[in-house]
Design a protein around this ligand. Structure first.
Ligand SMILES: Nc1ncnc2c1ncn2[C@@H]1O[C@H](COP(=O)(O)OP(=O)(O)OP(=O)(O)O)[C@@H](O)[C@H]1O
Ligand SMILES: [Mg+2]
Length: 270
């Protein structure tokens, strides 16, 4: 069974979707067969993958029991749209409501090398489903006031998923995202995160840059659009590979880094 990583945060706009898209791209370039799952009715990840807005079936249909997950794979993504919100409401009163996504993805976990799940900006039933379906979780946070408080809420939901339905679930790490390290506030946030999360905090900080919005708009991965910024995601991938115990892939990552950002060669394993 492959790993499944859910990317979540307590609030909106912390760069979750961009992270899922960018990591999916890097892992693919490393030769993995990656599936991205859009668990957000906003459908941003689906857009970023340039999925046809009329794709059918989508994750909503799968969770409503009207389609198999394998049939809802369009290209490299299981897309979502507003039907997912409907499906979530429908699940609410049902027995097994928290394990629906896990059951739906079971076969794909066997056939794919890695599954990345993009959570919505709430800690509701969809995020719980993602955490129950996942082997690992990444918490994404922005350097904003109250973000630490939000992190605690996200941690509580993670603990809940682990204690009740998914004892194997592991916090892969916490990532400071969309950060402008020139500001004192961002540096203080990083320090506070380090104090709270210790080794679980990724050393890589995803720098704030307008090129992410531009690349999303054009549905082009950041490594194609602006490789020098995408280098942050190469570094993050290096940390993720180590934490997953996939050291054997680091060499390939270094080759990839040398290829796309020659100036940074050696940075991912160094
Ligand atoms: N490193 C970055 N620097 C600057 N902008 C970024 C960065 N990463 C993402 N963004 C932009 O910030 C906005 C929010 O990003 P994204 O959609 O990935 O966040 P999200 O957490 O998925 O949001 P939501 O909670 O609504 O799902 C988008 O316009 C995106 O292009
Ligand atoms: Mg999103």
């Amino acid at each position: 069974m492959s790993e499944a990583i859910a990317v979540l945060s307590q609030k909106g706009g912390t760069g979750k979707t961009t992270m899922v898209r960018s990591l999916a791209d890097v892992f693919e370039r490393l030769g993995m067969d990656v599936l991205a799952v859009d668990a957000d009715p906003q459908g941003n990840l689906s857009d970023y993958f340039d999925a046809d807005p009329n794709s059918h079936p989508t994750l909503g249909d799968v969770l409503q029991g009207q389609a198999r997950a394998a049939d809802a794979v369009h290209g490299r993504v299981v897309p979502a749209n507003l039907r997912l919100a409907e499906a979530e409401l429908g699940l609410a009163g049902k027995i097994g409501r928290e394990v629906t996504l896990r059951n739906a993805l079971r076969d794909l976990r066997r056939s794919k090398d890695l599954i990345l799940i993009d959570c919505p900006p709430t800690l509701g039933l969809m995020t719980v489903n993602a955490l129950v379906a996942a082997t690992h979780a990444i918490l994404s946070t922005e350097a904003q006031y109250f973000s630490l408080q939000g992190m605690e809420q996200a941690m509580q939901v993670l603990d809940l998923a682990r204690d009740s339905l998914n004892p194997e679930l592991e916090l892969l790490g916490v990532c400071l995202n969309i950060a402008n390290m020139r500001t004192r506030h961002a540096r203080q946030t990083l320090e506070a995160l380090r104090e709270r999360f210790g080794d679980k905090l990724f050393r890589t900080v995803i720098r704030q840059s307008i090129v992410y919005a531009e690349s999303a708009e054009r549905a082009i991965p950041i490594l194609d659009y602006r490789p020098e910024k995408g280098a942050d995601y190469l570094l993050l991938t290096g940390e993720i590979l180590r934490r997953l115990g996939k050291q054997e892939m680091l060499e390939r990552l270094d080759e990839l880094s040398a290829e796309v950002v020659p100036a940074r060669a050696g940075a991912t394993t160094g």
